[in-house]
Design a protein around this ligand. Structure first.
Ligand code: LLP
Length: 435
């Protein structure tokens, strides 16, 4: 377990959990719970180790952080400062990214089922657009004409009909999946774009999320490259970039091994480089779009135990973070490691526990069947690996207030998102009048 904590840059001192040099018990005294705690240094480390692993094999690498994993403005600002590019899936994400300092040309907008006003927003801001369906080309051209703009670089999301992922909801390629353009239509897509007068092209795919098995990426890469060859041979397109999407998994369980970055980079880039040479696509940019890999392990949620309950079959712990704060266990059955942050490694009696949140639904269980030291009210539970799809998927269901987020580094902590207050619940609501 200590080894697992170490991988996540977590330390234990005098039985207290420490993150970014800060004692979790003191953080909670200062900021209350439920609390998201983001370790700035872990994000920087993950970004650079991934980038350096890729650069060992190819020199035109871009890492597009998938903002959906976590759109905290401080994380966006940090990754921008480190040199990352960005994958945005909505105009809201583009808005936040620009506010956080990203140059528009570093953003690729991969929307799904775009509205015309979303095309317009992206075009006016100067971000690149990645189309997801054949029918969208004509609509994009209409918007371009309406705002009197030149044809920008355009790319298409390819569905190589092979995907992977830790849960059915997170497999994003395959014959029955809503995303991307299938092999059978892809030539037509680029041809149409050429006919409309587009001259600069990229290509994109994303096969799914939470993948730890490198062979899944290899099979997808091979299929993707066959499609790229076909386009190049038929239409003689010189791509500006090939984007291979995200999906890099992280170990949520102590029994899981971290992704071997060297193996990932070697096997994927060997395939791409061969094809780049064969097709004479020299000088193109190879990009990937990791979300989870960069931010998941940076963050823990701290939550206070407020209830202990024994039923005939189970020992329950009630905490103040439920699926309003972290929906992954309820939504996907995801496992998140938990640690008793005020008593790590304390010897003594161990019991099996179910850890439930405060939401009025039986599915509000954050962790099941966990062996922990005998828990008491006011113990502090740390939920690990909550940096990706944690806060970004949180909600105010049951009219719960959204938690605060703090960032830590070198023993210092700062609030980066205020805890909601009751007034936020009525914000933007109006009583009807004379209806
Ligand atoms: N690129 C595109 C186009 C995507 O749709 C996604 C994720 C990514 C990149 C980043 O994938 P990552 O590297 O983070 O695996 N809510 C789920 C994950 C959904 C991912 C959706 N798309 C979860 O809680 O695990």
């Amino acid at each position: 377990m200590i080894e697992f904590l170490k991988q996540k840059n977590l330390e234990v001192k005098k039985n207290h959990l420490f993150i970014g040099g800060c004692d979790c018990v003191e953080l909670v005294e200062k900021y209350d719970t439920p609390l998201y705690v983001i370790n700035k240094d872990t994000i920087v480390q993950r970004y650079h180790s991934l980038k350096n692993a890729l650069l060992e094999h190819y020199d035109k690498i871009e890492i597009h952080y998938a903002a959906k994993a976590n759109t905290n403005m401080s994380i966006l600002k940090l990754l921008n400062e480190e040199g990352a590019h960005l994958d945005c899936v909505s105009t809201g994400e583009i808005y936040l990214a620009l506010k956080a300092g990203f140059a528009p040309e570093k953003i690729l907008y991969t929307g799904n089922n775009y509205r015309d006003d979303e095309f317009q927003f992206a075009l006016e801001k100067g971000v690149m657009i990645n189309l997801d369906a054949l029918s969208q080309i004509k609509r994009l051209v209409n918007v371009l004409d309406a705002v009197n703009m030149e044809k920008p670089l355009i790319s298409f999301r390819v569905n190589p009909e092979f995907g992977g992922g830790f849960h059915d909801h997170c497999i994003t390629a395959g014959p029955d999946i809503k995303f991307g353009i299938l092999d059978s239509e892809i030539i037509e897509a680029y041809k149409k774009a050429q006919q409309y007068g587009f001259t600069k092209f990229g290509i994109h795919t994303h096969i799914g999320s939470g993948i730890l098995d490198i062979s899944t990426f290899k099979v997808a890469a091979q299929k993707y490259l066959d499609i790229i060859s076909k386009i190049k041979k038929n239409l003689d397109i010189d791509f500006e970039f090939i984007d291979f999407g995200g999906g890099l998994g992280i170990p949520y369980r102590p029994s899981e091994k971290p992704l071997d970055l060297n193996e990932y980079s070697t096997s994927i880039l060997d395939l791409f480089k061969k094809k780049i040479e064969e097709l004479n696509l020299n000088g193109l940019i190879f990009s990937i779009e990791p979300g989870r890999y960069l931010v998941a392990e940076s963050t823990i949620i701290l939550s206070q135990v407020n209830t202990i309950k024994e039923t005939r079959t189970k020992n329950w712990i009630g905490i103040d973070a439920g699926f309003n704060v972290l929906v992954r266990p309820t939504m996907y059955g995801s496992y998140h490691e938990v640690v008793v942050a005020n008593r790590v490694g304390v010897k003594g009696k161990q019991l099996k526990y179910e850890i439930a949140g405060p939401i009025c639904e039986s599915g509000d269980v954050i962790a099941k069947d966990r062996t922990l030291p005998k828990i008491e009210e006011n113990d502090l539970i740390a939920i690990l690996d909550a940096g990706a799809y944690g806060f970004s998927m949180s909600s105010s269901y049951n009219s719960k207030l959204l938690p605060a987020e703090i960032m830590v580094s070198n023993g210092k902590s700062q609030i980066v998102r205020e805890r909601q207050v009751y007034e936020d619940l009525t914000h933007h609501q109006h009583f009807y009048q004379d209806l």
